[in-house]
Write a protein of this length. Structure first.
Lengths: 340, 340
DNA sequence: ACAACATGCGAAAACGATTTCGTGTTAATA
DNA sequence: TATTAACACGAAATCGTTTTCGCATGTTGT
């Protein structure tokens, strides 16, 4: 019952013509006579001939694949970006190869090297935590140096020349903080990650700026740095033993949810006593109780734009040595953890 | 500054040897003299030679890519499966191409046809809603008929001969229901999807069975069918106007969370008045308030097993016409929406 | 009737690698 | 000295396409 794939050679042999003739006939070339074309096309349809992608890739030096390297996939923001990438890529006939760096520098390097040997036409990626920490970007330069287009999103670096898509994280931090200030909050705590994340740094900066612009002082005691991905309930608890903010800004969703839980357990009413704003507008924020006011990062749109920039670079013949950075506007989604 | 990829031909020309010699030298063939090998290897290292994956794929008729076709990626369960697949695949040197069917039959078909033309060595997939509804599996048979290995997970069908990985959904439904019964609950409501989802059917069946086994009657009025992906707050609300259960079993996470919200808003205490159990142990369940007792589906493990089964089929030389279905044991994660 | 041209098709190179087989040189053996 | 074996390497086929070029035919024009 095994119907193995048929090739041009098979058709040629069967119909007693040359491979070239078959190839041309299937492309409806003017060079081939009407009847020969009809005969060949009928035969091809009958046996469900489909050209072999690999052979075409080798010939064209184009795979129609794009490589996506992200730190994690079980993460709402990255999955929305993935969806955006896949969606756009699909409309352009590209397939998406995903590799997970798992926040590891080495895996990131290995995955990129693997894919760079002809498997893909371009990369879309977001830096792993370790890479941001080490600030070692030679593997990216390696790839761009070979003429492979690269688009960075979200976790980017300006030490590599390539296209980028980000949201304006500083503005986002600013907006969120401003919202809290406008509510009348005076003592706004910041829950953030360690410093080497570019996005956190920018969000923190927006927070600082908003405070200063509005005559509030920046008190280091009101800033809690937590290790990424390692939500330490105790640290959060200790923090709220020591400071009594009337609002909390969290640079991600999960810290915000945690803070809310801790504060609620201590008898604080959200948002009456304390307002909370988080980042990454995911399911948690939407379904928390109360629902969490958040900064939306527009992941899907970011993915679509990244894919669009990449595919355009891939398909533009000329070696375009100019790179652009698209900056998306963050949006504040007001819910029930702040006062309207 | 463009360092284009170097090929065997380049090395051969440069060192004035034949391509065959270069190829053999780089594989450390005994056939080539020590000094020639050293010269070639040194040169290759210097210019960072890496073989072209596409060329090797064409030659070997092996791409070392596996195609994953899933309905959605912004969905906790599927992302955990993806992670499992990627993890295992990576250890075996395979890359993962993801395609999203978006719950659409047509997209599923198109994506599979695309990939089946040489781009991948095998498929891992979960059926789209539309495919389950239409019960049309010819595209799957098409693929298996060409000798391409296929592993179905979670949303499977027994109308296609291939390997499968599922959790025992009926047992899961049974376990969850039993837990509620053991708590002393008598009127257990079931929130489920439309009938064509194989997983929902099985879970419902487990629910029925548990009730009957324990001398409780199955009352259709206590079963609410909601359209998938379209959480109709009003329907849920109406439902609880009409029946007053003392426990709720939901076949997914989101319906469970919704039910909890609706019930809480009506002044019901969870779990004192009403216990709730959901499926798909995701973030929502973990961070809900109270946290939601759930059936864990072990997505990552499912992905790893699927990948393992697939790669084994791919790499086993002999055409193995026997297929197996691995059934994972569901686990009840007890949290605060039920009574311990 | 002969050049000029159009028509329809095939041979062969190319993409980048692997692998089988053959061959020329040297060294060892009878 | 003649035969053989070991050694080191190259030619060529192959994977499945695409594409350029060349070559027979047959047709047209003068």
């Amino acid at each position: 019952m095994l119907k193995k794939k048929i090739t041009l050679k098979h058709i040629a042999r069967e119909l007693e013509v040359s491979i070239s003739t078959v190839s041309k006939a299937l492309k409806n070339s003017e060079e081939i006579s009407r009847e020969t074309k009809e005969k060949i096309q009928a035969f091809a349809k009958l046996y469900n001939y489909k050209p072999n992608n690999i052979a075409i890739s080798l010939k064209n030096k184009r795979t129609k694949n794009i490589g996506v390297v992200i730190p994690d996939i079980v993460h709402h923001f990255f999955t929305t970006v993935m969806r955006g990438i896949e969606k756009y890529a699909n409309t352009k006939g590209y397939n998406v190869i995903v590799c997970l760096s798992d926040e590891s520098f080495d895996k990131e390097v290995i995955n990129m090297e693997m894919l760079a040997n002809g498997s893909i036409d371009g990369f879309i990626m977001s830096l792993s935590a370790e890479t941001e920490k080490k600030a070692d970007y030679n593997h990216l330069r390696e790839v761009t140096g070979q003429g492979i287009p690269l688009v960075l999103f979200d976790r980017v670096t300006n030490e590599v020349d390539c296209d980028k898509v980000v949201i304006d994280d500083q503005l986002a931090g600013y907006l969120a903080t401003k919202k809290l200030i406008d509510e009348g909050r005076k003592k706004i705590a910041l829950l953030t990650t360690e410093d080497y994340f570019s996005v956190s740094r920018n969000r923190n900066e927006g927070y600082r700026k908003a405070l200063l612009d509005n005559g509030l002082e920046v008190d280091k005691n009101y800033v809690l740095q937590l290790p990424y991905m390692d939500i330490d309930e105790k640290a959060v608890s200790n923090f709220f033993d020591q400071v009594k903010p009337d609002a909390v800004l969290s640079v991600n969703e999960i810290f915000g949810i945690h803070a809310m839980r801790v504060l609620q357990n201590r008898g604080n009413k959200i948002p009456q006593d304390i307002s909370i704003i988080g980042f990454t507008d995911g399911l948690l924020a939407k379904y928390a109780n109360p629902s969490l006011t958040s900064i939306a990062q527009h992941g899907q749109q970011m993915g679509e734009i990244a894919a669009e920039m990449l595919i355009q670079k891939i398909e533009s013949e000329k070696e375009d040595e100019t790179y652009q950075t698209k900056i998306l506007e963050p949006t504040l989604i007001e819910r029930d953890s702040t006062i309207n």
